[in-house]
Design a protein around this ligand. Structure first.
Ligand SMILES: C[S@@+](CC[C@H](N)C(=O)[O-])C[C@H]1O[C@@H](n2cnc3c(N)ncnc32)[C@H](O)[C@@H]1O
Length: 258
């Protein structure tokens, strides 16, 4: 998936929805930020975490956001205008342009699932953390999507096509082991279910579903009409009060012990 201006506009809407606000609250809890800390957000996207973290670290702390996408960084900079304790860099998670041991915490939400070289990105996160520093990672296992449908075969094909929007559709399954290999300690994981019985934009499923249909159209033999029919079926189910979407998203925390 290319994180261009169109995706920025979509995420600017989606990241203000009820479920994504809940997700940010869970990430903030996991980070347990203290005033004065230095935090790096790897794959900061449009900068919602950066803006919130600036409030938590206060004037004596600082936040750095890095992302490969220039349009994302432009949006992020807009969100934090007026702050002088924030910096953004256009760079890849596998080569963080910052010094060793210079951060108290690393956060990275729904980013590693797009990064081909996860072990290299984890090694970079460990390098930039001070001893005792904490990493918080959040990724989705897309194989956990559960949808009510009257055409299970078509839904399966659409969801398999959607898997191609990222590099690792089920990264959480191996992330704890990869964190251990990268030298992290005290690795913990929590799964959070995002479930809804309403096809509304405020829910994760309701906001993701049109994007899934758009992405699947034209891939793996799925025609535009077929993707449209799939989305229309979901809207009809919703009108009859039969809509159901759930998926599990995972929050990993770990410490760089030494
Ligand atoms: C789904 S968005 C998540 C944005 C943000 N973390 C959030 O949750 O609000 C994924 C972000 O990861 C960025 N990204 C993807 N691959 C990356 C890489 N290899 N290095 C750094 N950023 C990357 C994209 O440009 C995009 O902004």
């Amino acid at each position: 998936m290319e994180f261009d201006e169109r995706i920025v506009r979509q995420l600017e809407v989606m990241y203000r929805t009820r479920d994504v606000l809940r997700r940010r609250a869970l990430v903030r809890d996991a980070l347990a930020v203290a005033p004065g800390q230095r935090i790096i957000d790897v794959g900061c996207g449009p900068g919602f975490y950066v803006a919130e973290l600036l409030e938590l670290v206060g004037p004596h702390g600082s936040v750095v956001g890095i992302d490969t996408s220039a349009p994302m960084l432009t949006a992020a900079a807009r969100h934090v205008e007026g702050h002088n304790n924030v910096a953004f860099h256009q760079s890849d998670a596998v080569a963080l342009p910052v010094e060793d041991a210079s951060f108290d915490a690393v956060v990275s939400v729904q980013v590693l699932e797009y990064v081909p070289e996860v072990p290299v990105a984890l090694a970079e996160m460990r390098r930039v953390l001070r001893p005792g520093g904490r990493v918080v990672l959040w990724d989705v296992d897309w194989s956990t999507v559960s949808l009510h449908t009257t055409d299970a075969a078509r839904t399966q094909r659409i969801l398999r096509a959607w898997d191609a929007h990222l590099t690792h559709p089920s990264l959480p399954r191996t992330l704890a082991a990869q964190l251990r290999s990268a030298g992290f300690d005290d690795i913990r994981v929590e799964g959070h279910t995002f479930a809804t019985n309403e096809f509304v934009p405020d829910s994760y499923g309701g906001s993701a579903l049109p994007g899934i249909a758009r992405f699947a159209a034209g891939r793996d033999g799925i025609t535009k009409d077929e993707a449209k029919a799939w989305e229309a079926e979901q809207r009809e189910l919703a009108e009859r009060g039969e809509f159901f979407f759930a998926c599990i998203q995972f929050c990993f925390t770990a410490i760089r012990a030494s």
